[in-house]
Design a protein around this ligand. Structure first.
Ligand code: IVH
Length: 711
């Protein structure tokens, strides 16, 4: 470090200040651009440089910022009781089902009372406040529900949160939602705008960005509020019911929500829902639904929870919000498997508090069905976090000049033919038009590379989408094999080319008109890390490697099945070659494997029919040294059983579960039929679980699955 000249050190300190300020901002906006480790490293480098050149210390140095948390950002904190999330209901029927489910679980007779509480679902972020002997000891974010972040000083700045309580149980954890009102949000953004600062997109983002500030003074200056909606650990109960507890909490100084209502029946909660929905627009805070909870705490205890959601509560969500705007252009995006997806570029419009400027149009048929044209005024809808959709065209507003959209029949990126394949068996045309360019199409090639390095692929740490794009554009990596030869090419100085610095999230900064780039000194560390993760990915399990290739219809489950039967690169390539011949024995051999069918065979045949693909694989396989697959266990506990996974699992991803089931001898299928042996229903399982129960199939919850899976 101190090997730097004085001038270099000054430039580097300036650069670090810029990078860290950007990183701080991004972190506060809940969109971090670097890992905690990278951040700490920069901080350490800054300190070391300041030690070597004390007089170069800058006024805006990251080491002198007030209120900064020293390292690792916020400390992690384990919740005494998990902070759960909620299952959703979208229709009245879902609500009736919920109440019926609760009554059945509790074994309530018809006509037996069941008191519920209905209250608005506030769109903010949840926090937990732990009081010991009447003192606020810890305030934490929800985090993943089990472990959150310690933001005690920040939460203490909220007027709604008392620091001390009189006559409270020795241990009392109060949970609730931190939010910003609509009017405060508008005022706050106005102020930012006047000051030329960045504004927030909606009150929720503003609340999140304001609360998780390292500088508590910033949090204190923001109009954050708190609304209580639950309890965590308790040394002694406050009351027998949730509504009683809320009253007790009010006496202790926690503001209740005035729209909370105690109800006795499904009809009554639904009436309250409608009342709240009507008031929604005029309420001064954003809500996205109404939460119903069983009021009696002993019943809540008995009901317990499944996965991460309590059986005793449900969130009844409001329907998606809509708006109209002008569709300015239709653009075509080319995906990893060559799919041409039309995207509507919209004149920006606010829908339910969020500005949207893009919507998906799905495919060519959808454009024809909607008869949507560039220049049309359209109705758009946004529901939750899903991609906004175009619902319909408002024809009366169509410009006279608007022409029907001509869906391209050649790929807009590489010019190859884009076709809608005919399914050989059904004779139907695929809804998706695909570019036939394969690896010669830049869009496909770079998307394939992104998939290859992603979590679903080889999971190469330090290679994100941005880096891949950058390597690709610079012709440094054009196909998977080239990732593995990067280290040996390093000597050629490729990483010192101006501009490659942003590969590691360090942006170019301009100081007095002069561009400053991160120098090779710091980047060397990131580069070393990247090379280490590239090295370690050479030995990934064979099934993972197959899935990372991004061949159509070959996801992780299929890849694992293939890996077991074709356990080496040579065997796999031989299969591909074998599939080229009509009536090939390879095809028969492949389709005789449980869980693999004609679709996969066709897809592999097509993939290998292009000699370039085989060449890409040969070059890649020369770089790899895969871990041999575990052979499927013929006498495994699930041997010969067909199994369906539905809903979310908390202990492993669904793909991991499927792979594990296959290894235990099961045939993993995707739809439930009477031939299905086992249905594993995780969190928020929906129609598949319902169908399984109707058919009287064996339905396991996650705990039962884990018991079998872990033997
Ligand atoms: S009850 C056992 N009530 O919604 C679950 N949650 O989607 C405790 N939320 O994590 C939550 N308003 O942050 C409950 N009236 C309300 C709520 C509410 C907002 C949030 C909460 C929760 C999330 C679940």
């Amino acid at each position: 470090m101190s090997k730097l000249s004085r001038d270099e050190a000054a430039a580097r300190l300036a650069e670090i200040a810029t990078i860290m300020a950007e990183a701080d901002q991004a972190y506060d906006d809940a969109q971090p651009i670097m890992t905690d480790a990278a951040y700490d490293e920069l901080r350490a480098e800054n300190l070391a440089l300041e030690k070597a050149f004390p007089d170069l210390k800058r006024a805006d140095s990251p080491s002198v910022k007030v209120g900064s948390v020293p390292t690792g950002r916020f400390a992690k904190i384990a919740h005494a009781r998990p902070m759960l999330s909620l299952d959703n209901a979208f229709t009245d029927e879902d609500v009736f089902d919920f109440v019926a489910r609760v009554r059945r679980f509790l074994g309530l007779e018809e006509g037996a009372p069941l008191q519920l509480i209905a209250e608005p679902k506030i769109d903010g972020l949840s926090a937990s406040l732990r009081y010991e002997h009447g003192q606020l000891m810890v305030g934490a974010t929800r985090g993943d529900g089990t472990v959150g972040e310690d933001i005690t000083p920040n939460l203490k700045t909220l007027d709604d949160i008392p620091h001390t309580l009189k006559n409270a149980p020795d241990v009392l954890e109060v949970r609730g939602e931190v939010y910003i009102s609509k009017s405060d949000f508008a005022r706050m953004n106005e102020g930012f705008e006047k000051a030329g600062e960045k504004t927030f997109a909606n009150p929720r983002n503003a609340a999140a960005g304001s609360l998780r500030q390292k500088d508590v003074a910033v949090t204190a200056s923001r109009p954050l509020r708190f609304f209580t909606h639950g309890l965590g650990e308790l040394a002694a109960p406050l009351a027998d019911t949730f509504s009683g507890s809320v009253e007790a909490l009010e006496k202790l100084g926690f503001p209740p929500n005035p729209l909370a209502k105690v109800c006795q029946t499904s009809e009554e909660v639904l009436a309250h829902y409608r009342m709240i929905e009507e008031q929604r627009a005029s309420l001064d805070y954003d809500i996205d639904g109404v939460v119903y909870k069983v009021d009696a705490l002993d019943l809540q205890e008995r009901l317990g929870f499944v996965g991460r959601a309590p059986r005793w509560a449900i969130a009844h969500k409001f329907p998606a919000e809509k708006a109209t705007t002008v569709l300015e252009r239709i653009e075509i995006q080319v995906g990893r498997t060559g799919s041409l997806t039309p995207i509507a570029r919209l004149r920006p419009v606010t829908v339910g508090g969020v500005v949207i400027s893009n919507a998906t149009l799905h495919n060519q048929d959808e454009i024809e069905r909607l008869d949507v044209r560039e220049g049309d005024t359209v109705e758009v809808q946004r529901a939750g976090d899903v991609i906004p959709q175009v619902l319909r065209v408002i024809e009366s507003k169509r410009p006279k000049t608007a022409k029907s959209f001509a869906f391209p029949t050649v790929c807009p990126v590489c010019g190859s033919d884009a076709v809608r394949e005919i399914n050989q068996r059904t004779g139907e045309r695929d809804v998706v038009r695909r570019c036939t360019g394969g690896f010669i199409c830049d869009a496909q090639a770079s998307e394939k590379l992104k998939h290859f390095v992603s979590k679903a692929g080889l999971d190469i740490d330090g290679l994100g989408e941005r880096q891949v794009d950058d390597f690709f554009r610079r012709h440094m990596v054009r196909e998977p094999a080239e990732i593995f030869t990067l280290p040996s090419r390093q000597a050629t100085g490729i990483f010192n080319v101006q501009g490659t610095s942003d590969l590691f999230n360090y942006k170019k900064s301009t100081k007095q008109g002069v561009a400053v780039w991160s120098n090779a000194v710091t980047n060397q560390k990131s580069i070393d890390n990247l090379f280490a993760s590239i090295e370690s990915s050479r030995t990934r399990p064979w099934g993972r490697i197959l899935a990372s290739l991004g061949i159509r219809h070959v996801g992780q489950v299929t890849a694992n099945l293939l890996a077991v039967r074709y356990p080496s690169p040579e065997a796999f390539v031989a299969l591909g070659e074998g599939l080229q011949a009509d009536e090939s024995p390879s095809r028969e051999e492949l389709t005789s494997i449980d869980g693999l069918g004609e679709t996969v065979a066709d897809s592999l045949r097509d993939f290998f029919s292009d000699a370039r693909n085989e060449a890409v694989l040969t070059r890649l396989f020369a770089e790899l040294n895969p871990e041999a697959p575990a052979q499927a266990d013929d006498d495994g506990p699930l041997s010969g059983k067909s199994i369906v996974f539905t809903g979310g699992l908390t202990e492993m991803t669904r793909d991991e579960a499927k792979a594990l089931a296959a290894r235990l001898g099961a045939r993993v299928v995707s739809s439930v039929s009477k031939k299905t042996d086992i249905v594993v229903a995780g969190e928020k399982a929906g129609s598949k679980e319902k169908k399984a129960r109707e058919l009287g199939l064996t339905v396991w919850d996650e705990a039962q699955w884990l018991q079998v899976a872990r033997g």
